[in-house]
Design a protein around this ligand. Structure first.
Ligand SMILES: C[C@@](CO)(OP(=O)(O)O)[C@H](O)COP(=O)(O)OP(=O)(O)OC[C@H]1O[C@@H](n2ccc(N)nc2=O)[C@H](O)[C@@H]1O
Ligand SMILES: Nc1ncnc2c1ncn2[C@@H]1O[C@H](COP(=O)(O)OP(=O)(O)O)[C@@H](O)[C@H]1O
Length: 292
């Protein structure tokens, strides 16, 4: 049987407000989340046991053991389920673009297709990671609660493109939340009915924030350098995603983003730098016709 696979795209928090904290310590968020046209790939095929193989340029940072979110997602779906799973890892680990959450969501989607099973309920999925419900939705969304409340966004402009830059310093999400000076910030401003172009999106986003950015910069000063480097390009907005350290620049077209990525690579060859469009739809689950 042909393998089933899908893209596990990078998640980008274009804005991320921390609006409160629950009794269990988890923070209440109000975030604009989009997905970029770059990510890991998760592939599944039938087997007589459950196995995971990892390759790809960022694969060396991970072990294919029970701690891996791919195997945790598979076991969550069916503790006795059988499949050969492959993870092609391109997204840096622990970098604020939700690679592990994207992999878990992609695993649930491909195994749902392979095993012909419905997805587990959101309260169960949330236990794997607060970012997994939005990654399962896979389309531009407003995310609230600790990550369980997902609403569609007004239509985004067609051309919006990003450059993602990671200084190759992993940042631990709990440490960033722990370093917050305030946890009771205002929610996002009201959203307009539509964003007619990328500039209008950038203007609206410019009035929002990432409330984790200062705490992350204090833990990882390289983030400040990444933001300055992005700001020196012709981006409309530069900001950190999630708990960092990856930052994004927002550009009017993919051509602008690609040109900026080329010049950033020249000045900082040691950073992870990728230009990618903002995806407007969830990547499909595919039968891999070319795979042998
Ligand atoms: C901050 C965000 C924003 O999208 O992105 P990343 O930086 O991870 O990409 C997410 O909320 C991260 O989601 P995720 O990475 O799935 O987090 P989890 O594994 O559930 O939680 C890791 C730790 O982060 C803290 N945490 C996470 C989510 C949340 N709403 N409040 C929290 O306080 C908790 O300390 C928790 O133990
Ligand atoms: N398949 C996976 N990909 C990435 N990280 C994983 C995976 N499985 C487990 N992890 C663990 O999850 C943690 C968060 O990883 P990741 O989702 O990449 O970061 P972030 O949430 O900051 O974007 C890391 O510490 C990593 O060890």
């Amino acid at each position: 049987m042909m393998p089933i696979e899908t893209l596990a795209p990078a998640k980008v928090n274009l804005a991320l407000h921390v609006t409160g904290r629950r009794a269990d310590g988890y923070h209440l968020l109000d975030s604009v989340v989009v997905f970029a046209g770059i990510g890991d790939r998760v592939r599944a095929r039938p087997a007589d046991g459950l196995r995971l193989r990892i390759d790809g340029p960022e694969g060396a940072a991970l072990q294919p053991d029970a701690s891996n979110l791919v195997l945790r997602a598979a076991r969550l779906m069916d503790p006795a389920g059988r499949a050969d799973l492959e993870l092609h890892k391109r997204l840096p680990v622990a970098s604020g673009i939700g690679g592990g959450s994207a992999d878990a969501a992609a695993t649930l989607r491909v195994l749902g297709a392979l095993w012909n099973r419905p997805l587990p309920p959101v309260d169960v999925i949330l236990k794997l990671g607060a970012d997994i419900p939005v990654c399962l939705a896979g389309q531009p969304a407003r995310m609230r609660g600790i990550g369980e409340d997902i609403l569609p966004l007004p239509p985004l402009p067609e051309n919006a493109a990003l450059v993602l830059v990671n200084p190759r310093v992993p940042v631990a999400t709990p440490a960033v939340f722990g370093g917050l000076a305030r946890r009771d910030n205002a929610p996002l401003d009201p959203l307009p009915g539509r964003f007619p172009d990328v500039r209008s999106l950038a203007i609206w986003l410019g009035a929002q924030r990432n409330d984790l950015q200062d705490a992350a910069c204090a833990l990882c000063p390289a983030i400040t350098q990444v933001l300055a480097a992005l700001q020196s390009t012709d981006c409309l907005l530069a900001r950190m995603s999630g708990s960092g350290a990856t930052c994004f620049g927002l550009y009017e077209t993919q051509a602008h983003a690609q040109a900026a990525a080329v010049s950033l690579r020249r000045s900082a060859p040691e950073w992870w730098i990728q230009a990618a469009p903002v995806l407007r739809e969830q990547p499909p689950v595919e039968r891999d016709l070319n795979h042998r």
